[in-house]
Design a protein around this ligand. Sequence first.
Ligand SMILES: Cc1cc2nc3c(=O)[nH]c(=O)nc-3n(C[C@H](O)[C@H](O)[C@H](O)COP(=O)(O)OP(=O)(O)OC[C@H]3O[C@@H](n4cnc5c(N)ncnc54)[C@H](O)[C@@H]3O)c2cc1C
Length: 486
Amino acid sequence: MPAVDQLARALHQALGADQVITDRQELRTYECDGLAHYKVVPAVVVLPRTAEECAAAVKACVEAGVPFVARGSGTGLSGGALPHADGALIVTSQLRRIVEVAPQDERAVVEPGVINLNVSKAANPHGYYYAPDPSSQQICSIGGNVAENSGGAHCLKYGFTTNHVIGAQIVTPDGDLVQLGGRTPDAPGYDLLGAFVGSEGTLGIATEIIVRLTRLPESVRTLLAAFDTTDDAGAATSAIIGAGVVPAAIEMMDALAIEAAEAAVHCGYPEGAGAVLIVELDGPSADVEAQFADVEALCREHSAFEIRIAGDDAERALFWKGRKSAFAAVGRISPDYIVQDGVIPRTALPEVLHRIGEISRQHGVRVANVFHAGDGNLHPLVLFDDAVEGQAEHAEEVSGAILDLCIEYGGSITGEHGVGMDKAKHMPRMFTDDDLDTMQLLRCAFDPRGLANPGKIFPTPRLCGEVPGRRRAPHPLQEAGVAEVF
Ligand SMILES: Cc1cc2nc3c(=O)[nH]c(=O)nc-3n(C[C@H](O)[C@H](O)[C@H](O)COP(=O)(O)OP(=O)(O)OC[C@H]3O[C@@H](n4cnc5c(N)ncnc54)[C@H](O)[C@@H]3O)c2cc1C
């Protein structure tokens, strides 16, 4: 019997009929994540409702020798949850209980399918919230956040997901339920939880997560500063951080991104701005007031031609509306676009933005920039029209050239969207063979059969059991034409 049929039969025995999808039309619902130009229809979709069902699904995959891919809400932007054509897609959206909110411990225990924003909503009556705030927080799941080590506008001050997850129950790629970390930080031994966060579904599936809750700040103040150029806005960003102020967020948008946001949500940003900064400070009122005056002065010193200070929550929301809608808004000025994600040292912002401008002009491809300026996490939006022959390829080239720039300046090919399948080919540009082999050793320790989300993160999967060290001959997968070295 084909492995997939064996798997489907085992899954039907272990789970309810409505939890196993094999109908081709229904399977198509799951053919892509947020990176919609890659599409693969999975062989089977599984919808576990408990951790034990999730473990049973993974065990069934192991017994049938079939690969599996975890999926949360499917909003990922690097093809991490792209299914495997001969594999199972294990969707965690039914695992959506908030198990516990414990303000006395500043902890919450949640299932992986819980939507990010719902953790903050549950914690709010107790005076707490969950700090990592991806722009997709109304739809993305905590399990996906853990797998991608997601960030957000406020991660400049509060840190990424990894700083807010202290424990997780996971299903290992063998199908066992184990606990990594716990309610108390700093367990002795290797930091396996640290390795799991950001592992993009390659080390197992999280089935319960213990997160740290953060006290709601006493005061929040937000300003919007308009500059003629991104140079001035970049210099103001460095000056603010250099002055010892760590805002909750500093976000920048360039002229093209502002144009898109205006067209989509009419955010009313100052006319003629070449760049805007949104700077938000939070914390004890006395500190916020003192630092806010410094931030305002530094923006003026760096040629801000208009500064608006949010007088109330409604005005603050309007400042953020333009920024938070920016990705989708670009659809107003271009039929298609690539959302890129790379990191550079913050001080290199002006120079790198110039170089991006040059690349854009050389290729005749427009690039809108909207990004977390405070931590140098760029999100260039590369615009193209798929209906015009060759434009998609051109946009891909520009997008790759921008990542090369990030590496050249000592940065990274991803800040928060992950490597997934999309950027696997860029990994050897950033890491040596030895680096990649070392990462494979870790992966093999968790997943000796290579069944957990294969084909993601690594361009040339070294087979578990191969002797580590420098490769002297082509990898067997290369010879078989399955994998490619870039
Ligand atoms: C409009 C928009 C804005 C965005 N803004 C941001 C942003 O500001 N910051 C940011 O970081 N990201 C952002 N993203 C990207 C995306 O929302 C995040 O990567 C998010 O964490 C993905 O969550 P998800 O539930 O949709 O995961 P999926 O897309 O379903 O999966 C993502 C990865 O996680 C793995 N996975 C899912 N669940 C589990 C689990 N339980 N255990 C193990 N692995 C699992 C999958 O295999 C896959 O590799 C944005 C996306 C969109 C569409």
